[in-house]
Design a protein around this ligand. Structure first.
Ligand SMILES: Nc1ncnc2c1ncn2[C@@H]1O[C@H](COP(=O)(O)OP(=O)(O)OP(=O)(O)O)[C@@H](O)[C@H]1O
Length: 278
């Protein structure tokens, strides 16, 4: 079953010619904070396209502008210059076409998991019958059907984050932004969540923009890996991930032992820390 996007958005202008496959385009994004000696160049000349079905992972050391970029993309932070195009139209404010998953699940504690997942569509007036179908579909997708009537505090951290992912997907955004969604989880749960998310992405073919500090996480999940540097915050490298389809036939632990995997991990670690950007 597929659910379509039902949203209206703060559209301002048509973009210059973009290929139909480009879901999100960032054009000449600059962002600074403060003035004079306090001025911080959080983002400089960012140009990035997200193609339909892309899973783009952004890597970079602390303070390089990853969260600033996500906030600009989400419409939470207007850039100092440049434009964000979603589905070919420029956006400068939050829109339901963009869903966000944060490090903490932030579920409403007094609502069941099912009601949390259905909260957004219900607020938008979705009729009960299709709402129930929608919630059941996304709970099944994240493997939480059995837990649908529980309250958030009755779930583990990983289950709560899966509920948060289902809640975001249930609003059928065109693109999902994730800011270190597994950063607060222990290593074992994190690996399970990576498997879950990989499966969810394969099933939905959603366009995902994912921030992480974890190089291996990026190599496990991404179709494309973007490396950023700080001062000013900028993109210094973009690579197509050669391991993008390997999880179909291999476990994460086997993948980690492949010499090619280890070599690319080293290359990315060097790119993150090098002065020139590798
Ligand atoms: N509201 C703000 N006011 C002033 N400076 C800010 C603001 N938000 C971010 N910055 C600065 O912009 C730069 C980029 O910050 P940002 O949080 O985007 O980096 P990050 O790569 O996400 O870091 P981390 O990995 O630690 O979360 C940093 O120097 C930060 O101090």
């Amino acid at each position: 079953m597929a659910f379509s996007s039902r949203t209206t958005s703060p559209v301002t202008t048509q973009s210059p010619s973009l290929s139909q496959d480009v879901v999100v385009a960032l054009r000449d994004i600059n962002l600074h904070f403060g003035h004079g000696a306090q001025r911080v160049e959080a983002l400089q000349n960012i140009n990035l396209d997200l193609i339909a079905g892309d899973f783009v992972c952004v890597l970079g050391s602390s303070g390089c502008g990853k969260t600033s970029l996500l906030r600009v993309l989400a419409g939470y932070q207007p850039p100092t210059a440049g434009a964000v195009y979603i589905g070919g139209k420029s956006h400068s404010a939050p829109t339901a076409e963009v869903g966000v998953v944060f490090q903490r699940p932030n579920l409403l504690p007094w609502l069941s998991i099912a009601d949390n997942v259905g909260f957004g569509p219900k607020m938008q007036g979705e009729p009960d019958f299709t709402l129930r179908q929608r919630v059941a579909y996304y709970l099944d997708l994240v493997g939480l059907t059995e837990a649908s009537q529980r309250l958030p505090h009755q779930l583990s951290g990983g289950m709560q984050q899966r509920a948060a992912i289902a809640r975001t997907l249930a609003a059928t955004p065109r693109v999902v932004l994730m800011d270190e969604p597994f950063g607060a989880l222990d290593a074992l749960t994190r690996e399970l969540m990576q498997m879950h998310l990989h499966k969810i992405w394969q099933q939905t073919q959603k366009t995902i923009f994912f921030i992480t500090h974890d190089v291996e996480e990026a190599m496990i999940l991404a179709t494309r890996i973007v490396v950023m540097h700080a001062h000013p915050g900028r993109i210094v490298q973009q690579i197509s991930n050669p391991f993008r389809d390997v999880l179909k036939s291999m476990s994460i632990s086997d993948l980690r032992t492949m010499p090619e995997f280890i070599r690319l991990r080293q290359r990315l670690v060097s790119a993150i820390h090098s002065v020139e950007g590798g």
